[in-house]
Design a protein around this ligand. Structure first.
Ligand code: FES
Ligand code: FES
Length: 161
């Protein structure tokens, strides 16, 4: 028996026949749809490497059953840039050296995009640290990550004003 799933994935409508109700969104993206940007770090909700946006909210794709997402809008790191123009958060991570090995980076960036959209943290460093605390970086690139998020959050605020 297959489970029909309709998603909007990075702006494109997708119809998927799930053959296993236990498959997570992370495995669906990486193993069945070839979108390997979201990373599998811990596979248990502890590292944030798998962060994507579902209906605009940050979630851990490793903890989310794909079957529960019928009708959802999903944004992954692959859908962030517009053509060859990087998203401002991606550009800020480059400008501020917000990564070293890059393994955590797609999750960090998607989490930062979600945090900035939530509009709760502004550019306050403590609130950004708290808002990004679900995303771990084993390289310890936290200083650059914080600067990048502050920079992108500041620019987003300017645009809104
Ligand atoms: Fe999902 Fe670590 S892989 S939180
Ligand atoms: Fe290596 Fe974060 S840049 S884990």
């Amino acid at each position: 028996m297959t489970i029909p799933l309709r998603l909007t994935l990075n702006g494109q409508p997708r119809e998927i026949a799930l053959d296993d109700p236990r498959v997570t969104l992370l495995d669906l993206l990486r193993e069945r749809l070839g979108l390997t940007g979201a990373k599998k770090g811990c596979d248990r909700g502890q590292c944030g490497a798998c962060t994507v946006l579902v209906d605009g909210r940050r979630i851990n794709a490793c903890l989310t059953l794909a079957a529960s997402l019928d009708g959802a809008e999903i944004l992954t790191i692959e859908g962030l840039a517009e053509g060859d123009r990087l998203h401002p958060v991606q550009a800020a991570f480059i400008a501020h050296d917000g990564f070293q090995c890059g393994f955590c980076t797609p999750g960090q960036i998607m989490s930062a995009v979600g945090l900035i959209r939530e509009g709760q943290a502004g550019t306050d460093p403590e609130r950004i640290r708290e808002g990004m605390s679900g995303n771990l970086c084993r390289c310890g690139a936290y200083a650059g990550i914080l600067e990048a998020v502050q920079d992108a959050a500041g620019r987003a605020t300017e645009q809104r004003e």
